[in-house]
Structure formats: C-alpha cells, structure tokens
Design a binder for this molecule. Structure first.
Ligand code: C2E
Ligand code: MN
Ligand code: MN
Length: 413
C-alpha cells in the first residue's frame, strides 16, 4: 500500500553544507532503491521530512531515523495512505529553508509541488508550508534535553502500614503518589483497591455479587481512609476511585463518605473523588445531583482517564472538575507523537482557561515527563515517579538537572 509519513526532528550538533550534501546523496540512493520519494526541509537545526512510497519501505526508513543518533526529538506528524503518488517519483529533494526568506515559503512549496496535483488543502502540503515558513514553531513545545537531567530517589514522609490497619478483610489498598513537579512535593496519594490477597481491582470486584457491587465500592472507601490515616498523609490529599453509580444508587452516599472521612481524622477538603470520563457521561443526569452534594460537602472531583473514552470535550462543556487526569493511552510515547501532542496542548490550554489542574497518568519515561512538563501539565503520576505500593507509599524519583549541564539552555522544540 502506498503511504505518506511526515516527521520533524532536531539534529544533534552542527552540520556543514558538505555534510548536508553527503546526507542528501546517501538518502537519495537509499530512497530510490526502495521506491520512496523524499522531501527534506532543513532550517539549520531542524529537519522536516516527507516520505512517500510502499508502506513497509517507508516504515523501515522511519525506524532507521528514530534509531539514528544524529536525530533527536523525532516527532511523527502524519501517517496516511493514498490511492496514488502525490509527488513525482524521485529519491530525494533537499531544501535549505534558510536560503529562503519566510515570505518566500509559498513559492518554495509551489516549486516543490509544481509537478503534482496536490490541492492546497492537503495535509502534507499544509505541513510542508508551515515548516518552510517557520510557523510550525508557534505550535511546538520547547522541551528540555533529557540527557541534561538525572534522577534522585527521595524517601517520602509516609509510614508503611501493613494489613492490620483495616477494620475489614474484604479488601486492601495500594497508594500511588501524584507529584507536583514545580514544587517538588507529593500533591496527593491515589488509593487503588486490591483484593484481600493483594490482587488487582478486577480480582477484588469479581468476588462481589453484582447486586452488591456499588455498596461494596462505597463502603470499601472506609479502608482507604483507614490506610491514609495510618500512613500519616498530613497535608497531602487522598484521591479515591468510585463508580458514579456507587454515589448515585446508594442512599446518603455522600453523607456516608463524609462521616467516614471525619471519623478517621481527615477533612473532606483533603479527599478527591475520581470518576472515569465515560461513566460520568453515561450517568450524567443522576450524577449531576451527586456532584452538587460532593461539592457542598467540600470534597474535590477529578475526571479520570480523560481521552480514553468517548466523552472528551463534550464532558468538559457539561461540568468542570477540579482536576483532569489525562489517560495513559494519550501519555504513552507523547514525546514522539504529533497528534497526541496537539491534543494535550489543547487540553492543557482549555484547562488553564477554566482553572482546572491537569494530571498526566501513566508516565513511564523521562522523555514523556519532559514533554508534558514543558507543555504545562501540572501534576504527574506513573511508574517513572513511583509505583503503587500495597499498604504504604513507595519512594519518589525526582528529575534533577545534571551537575554542570545547562538544562534550561537546552530548551528546544
Ligand atoms: P486508574 O484510576 O486510572 O488508576 C491508575 C491505574 O494505572 C492503576 O492500576 C495503576 O497501578 C496504574 N498505573 C499507574 N501508573 C502507571 C504507569 O506508569 N504505567 C502503567 N502501565 N500503569 C500505571 P490499578 O491499580 O490496576 O487500577 C486500575 C483501575 O481500577 C483504576 O484506574 C480505577 O479505574 C479502578 N479502581 C481502582 N481502585 C478502585 C476503587 O476503589 N473503586 C473503583 N470503582 N474503581 C477502582
Ligand atoms: Mn483513578
Ligand atoms: Mn486513570
């Protein structure tokens, strides 16, 4: 199948005109052998490349670019299919956009596509034009270079509690820190349910008869509060997960929660209820009444797994939580994925205008952390920072600038 792939990357170090010409020759020969047409735009620091040709060949070249140490911050912008070639069949065309004043960008692009029937509305065409004119920088996030940072493991001030803290043996909880990168503080702990033997949430819920699930979900939270009190959460907040139905179907659910919270010496203001976006929307009518009661009691609300379901922005138009947790599906690999970057940038911007705190979930790599932090995400949760720990809180790993490295000077899109 004929495919088109567009990526942008940053070149490590300087490159001379001769080196660039050699690179061009090499790429042309490689591409010709694979039936690939390439367009490479270079602006002195960044490359923008379009590859068109048989899918397997295009993917092979792209994999090589990703593994090539001369490129970093490689971001895929477009991955598409077409019934026929949009560009002529040539191995490679290189354009040094520094040789063009920005206002000449259109002329460059026109020249580039003069032999093609490419409409101005074509996405590849628009991307080429944005790079040639330098306008792409307006939309790119300046990211610190991962190599100039290192990690520091810091113990958290919480105690390990052990299973004897609970008043019931129906379940246990694991706690996972959610950290604030700008203050270096643990902002909250998320309580994740575990079975009596420490198994995952599903194993725990599978043992509960269907008609008792919501009651169990609600009443299990007493154990989450017991654990929070036992580890000594101090000024930190506690996030709990609830199915909306556990709030809606259970009579006096909010009063029950508040009672349990106070009984364990916590304040309702310390507690945040996380509801997944899909569940919130599918039960919205009844859920709205529960939101009011939660807010009136001082309990915070977070939308969980944002971007994983179908609600998306339409949910935000209906109600605005205190926190919005961006799902791991969007977070994974974000540093190399143009569409996900565009979505998260828009979500961060939207949350900022509404005063909503953004949380990135499932952050596993430092590249993801760097991009998300540079894009303005407020809080971080994930295995990179700390894994959930049964009946306790694991140490937190913090990124710190490497000694002597100009971490902030290396900011680059
Ligand atoms: P969630 O609320 O989105 O919780 C985050 C889940 O992602 C947790 O899985 C956590 O262990 C996992 N996680 C955190 N960081 C990373 C990471 O960097 N990489 C990966 N791969 N995973 C990460 P867990 O504990 O298995 O929980 C799964 C889901 O079960 C939760 O997702 C939540 O929706 C639900 N759940 C947990 N506790 C309760 C509860 O008490 N009541 C209800 N109704 N649902 C719960
Ligand atoms: Mn959650
Ligand atoms: Mn989640």
């Amino acid at each position: 199948m004929l495919s088109t792939l567009v990526y942008r990357s940053r070149l490590r170090g300087e490159i001379t005109t001769e080196q660039l010409a050699a690179l061009d020759r090499q790429a042309r020969a490689d591409n010709e052998a694979r039936g690939i047409t390439g367009i490479l735009l270079f602006d002195g620091s960044h490359c923008f490349q379009l590859l068109e040709g048989p899918e397997a060949m295009v993917q092979e070249v792209y994999r090589r670019v990703c593994a090539d140490l001369r490129h970093h911050h490689v971001v895929k912008l477009l991955d598409d299919y077409a019934p026929g070639r949009k560009f002529g069949q040539w191995g490679m065309k290189l354009f040094d956009v520094r040789a063009q004043p920005p206002e000449q960008a259109d002329a460059l692009v026109r020249r580039l596509v003069q032999d093609t029937a490419l409409p101005a509305a074509d996405r590849a065409f628009k991307l080429i034009r944005a790079f040639a004119s330098g306008r792409w920088r307006d939309h790119a996030v300046a990211v610190p270079d991962a190599a100039s940072w290192t990690f520091e493991r810091r113990p958290t001030p919480f105690r390990d509690a052990g299973p004897q803290v609970y008043s019931s043996t129906a379940c246990q909880f694991a706690l996972q820190p959610i950290v604030d990168a700008s203050t270096g503080q643990v902002s909250s702990l998320e309580a994740l349910i575990r079975s009596a033997s420490g198994g995952p949430p599903q194993e725990c819920f599978d043992r509960i008869p269907r008609d008792q699930l919501h009651r169990f979900d609600l009443e299990s939270k007493r154990q989450a509060f017991e654990l929070a009190a036992a580890v000594g959460i101090g000024a930190c907040r506690l996030s709990i997960n609830l199915l909306p139905a556990s709030l809606v179907d259970m009579p006096h659910a909010v009063d029950h929660l508040v009672e349990q919270i106070r009984a364990l010496g916590l304040a309702p203001q310390q507690v945040i209820v996380e509801i997944t976006e899909e569940e919130a929307l599918s039960h919205f009518g009844a859920f709205q009444a529960a939101i009011k009661r939660l807010r009136a009691a001082g309990i915070g609300l977070a939308i969980d797994d944002f971007g994983a379901g179908f609600a998306g922005l339409s949910l935000l138009s209906k109600f605005q939580p205190e926190k919005l947790k961006i799902d791991r599906m969007i977070v994974t690999g974000i540093h190399a994925d143009g569409p996900r970057q565009a979505i998260v940038k828009a979500v961060v911007e939207c949350c900022r205008s509404l005063g909503i705190t953004t949380v990135a979930e499932g952050v596993e790599t430092f590249d993801e952390w760097c991009w998300l932090r540079a894009a303005g995400v407020d809080l971080f949760q994930g295995f990179l920072v700390a894994k959930p720990r049964l009946n306790g809180v694991a140490d937190v790993v913090w990124p710190v600038p490497r000694r002597g490295a100009a971490a902030t000077a290396a900011l680059t899109p």
